[in-house]
Design a binder for this molecule. Sequence first.
Ligand SMILES: [Zn+2]
Length: 274
Amino acid sequence: MNSEEIMSLALKLAELRQVPEDSAIYTIGDNLRKILFGIDAGVPELLLAKQLGYDAVIAHHPQGGTAQINFHLVFKRQVQQMIEAGVPRKEAESAIRKKFDDLEVEDHTRNYGHAVDVAKILKMPYMNIHTPLDEVGRRIMVEQIKTHVEKDATVGDVVAALNELPEFKNAVTKIKIRLGKVENPAGKVAVSHGAGTNGGYEIAKTYFKYGIDTLAYIHVGVGDLARLKAEQLTGNLIVTGHMASDSVGINPFLRELENRGVSVTTIGVVSGRA
Ligand SMILES: [Zn+2]
């Protein structure tokens, strides 16, 4: 496979038509048979790949170029997810504004050429695939809840359903209920994932305001959580764990690569084997 075929495969699995702004091919390669895949894969992993004779390095998180500088643009995907959960468009758009602007300011500071230049010097094919794989993971989690959680379920039942996915079983981290209680009725559940990063305080609050009783994030900031707790909101917030949740979307993609004769070594990916 070449770099573009690998990217296309990820898009196909996520049912996306275009490469999202947080994903990119940095240096192209052809006939890639032996791949080093890291949730984070920068300069050390590029050197390791060179030393051990890999054909390419694929990172999950953005490592440079436009994928870092334009990362904030995928945060707009939060709006569509909120609309699907019943939030009015105007409210959804205003809920993302502050964090979207903050992300743009942060993205602007990045050393976007660093790892990319190292890959060029090493002549190592290098790319990152972020949102497509998170979208795959989001769909799996949504489907798992849909098929395993009854109408009168509790928050604990939602956690138990997610725990049946092998990545959550195998992870060192456990799924946490950061707001609310295990015995609370789960009510209407939404999974917020696959939009760059978590929605923080504002987006969680907006989901709760518009009828979501239980929201799942894959991670949340300390400050955002403190603000949510201080408001004593009635919603429940489940935090599923960053590496475990990223792995839920990564593993189906890696299986597809392996089905096409590509061998993959992973760094930081939680096993998806039952
Ligand atoms: Zn991640």
